[in-house]
Design a protein around this ligand. Structure first.
Ligand code: GRG
Length: 281
C-alpha cells in the first residue's frame, strides 16, 4: 500500500474534524480558545489518530466511523504535551517548531488550555454514539480514561519526573515508564478505532497488545533520537545506542507478527507501525 497517500488522506479528514470541534479562536474567552488551538494546528505527526483510523479499518469498517475517537486521542495527546512543557515539568520553550503554549499565552492559560482539551476529548468521543452506538462509546470512554489516568499516562509521567531519584536505571524500570507514558495511549487509540469499527473481543485484545508493543518500540526509538540529551529515563543509558535500536526492532517484529493474519485489512496498521518505530513519519 502507499502509506504516504493513505496517511495524507486520513490526516486531512482528522484535521478538518478537529477544526470543526475546537471553539473558534475568537470566541470568548479568546485567549483560552486561541491557546487550545495553538498546539493542535499546525499538526504534529498525528500518529495516534492515524492508529485509531487504521484500527477501525483493521476491523473491516470505513475510517469515518472512528473520526470522533481519532480527534479525542489527539486532544488528550495535545493536552499532555502542553502540560509536559510547563515550567514545573520539562520547562520547554519549543514544541512542533513553535513557542510552547505557556511561552505564547502564559502559564495559567496553558494549564487551563490543557484542562479544556482533555474535557473536549471526552465530549467529542461521546458524539460517536449516533453512528457507533452507546455500548461501543462507553467502552471507548473507559479505555481512553484508563489510558490517560494515574495507572497509565499520568502515572508514567509521575515516575518519569521522579526517575533519577529512584535509584539506577534498569531495562524494566525504563520500559515500565515507556509502557505507561507513551504506549498506553497508542494501544488505546488502536483499540478504540477497532471497537468503533465493530471488532470482536479477540481481535480487540490482539490489537491492544500490538499497540502496546508498537508504543514501547516507538518510545525506545525516541530515546535513540534523543540520546544526546542524556535523559535519566532512557533505554540508551541502560543498553547503549545499538542495544536500544535492536530492542526497538525486536518489539516491532513481535508486533507485526501479531497482525500478520489480518491480510489487506491490517495493511495500514502494519505500515504505520513501521513508519512510527523507524521514525520515518
Ligand atoms: C503531563 C499528563 C502529562 C503527560 C506527559 C506526553 C508526555 C506525558 C510527555 C511528553 C514527552 C514524551 C517523550 C512523551 C512520550 C510520548 C511522545 C514521544 C510524545 C511525543 O509524541 P509525538 O512524537 O509528537 O507523536 P507529535 O508532536 O508528532 O504529536
Amino acid at each position: 500500500m502507499d502509506a504516504s497517500a493513505w496517511l495524507a488522506q486520513r490526516m486531512a479528514l482528522v484535521d478538518r474534524y478537529l477544526d470543526g470541534r475546537l471553539p473558534p479562536a475568537t470566541e470568548p474567552p479568546a485567549a483560552l480558545h486561541a491557546a487550545m488551538r495553538h498546539l493542535v494546528f499546525p499538526p504534529g505527526k498525528r500518529l495516534r489518530p492515524a492508529f485509531v483510523l487504521a484500527g477501525c479499518e483493521a476491523a473491516g469498517a470505513k475510517p469515518d466511523l472512528a473520526l470522533p475517537a481519532a480527534a479525542a486521542v489527539e486532544l488528550v495527546h495535545t493536552y499532555s504535551l502542553i502540560h509536559d512543557d510547563l515550567p514545573c515539568m520539562d520547562n520547554d520553550a519549543l514544541r512542533r517548531g513553535k513557542p510552547t503554549v505557556h511561552i505564547a499565552y502564559g502559564e495559567a492559560t496553558a494549564l487551563l488550555a490543557g484542562d479544556a482539551l482533555l474535557a473536549l476529548a471526552f465530549e467529542v468521543l461521546a458524539d460517536a454514539e449516533g453512528s457507533c452506538g452507546a455500548a461501543a462509546v462507553a467502552w471507548c470512554t473507559r479505555t481512553l480514561a484508563v489510558a490517560a489516568g494515574s495507572r497509565r499516562l499520568v502515572g508514567g509521567q509521575a515516575d518519569d519526573l521522579a526517575f533519577a531519584a529512584g535509584g539506577p536505571a534498569t531495562e524494566a524500570r525504563v520500559i515500565s515508564v515507556h509502557r505507561r507514558k507513551s504506549a498506553a495511549l497508542i494501544a488505546a487509540s488502536i483499540a478504540c478505532g477497532a471497537r468503533l469499527g465493530g471488532a470482536d473481543r479477540d481481535l480487540l485484545a490482539n490489537l491492544a497488545a500490538f499497540g502496546e508493543e508498537v508504543g514501547v518500540a516507538f518510545q525506545i526509538a525516541d530515546d535513540v533520537l534523543d540520546a544526546d540529551r542524556n535523559e535519566a529515563c532512557s533505554l540508551v543509558s541502560v543498553t547503549g545506542l545499538a542495544g536500544a535500536r535492536a530492542l526497538a526492532e525486536e518489539g516491532l517484529a513481535r508486533a507485526l507478527r501479531r497482525v500478520e493474519g489480518l491480510g489487506e485489512k491490517g495493511a495500514a496498521l502494519r505500515a504505520l507501525a513501521v513508519l512510527a518505530v523507524r521514525r520515518a513519519i
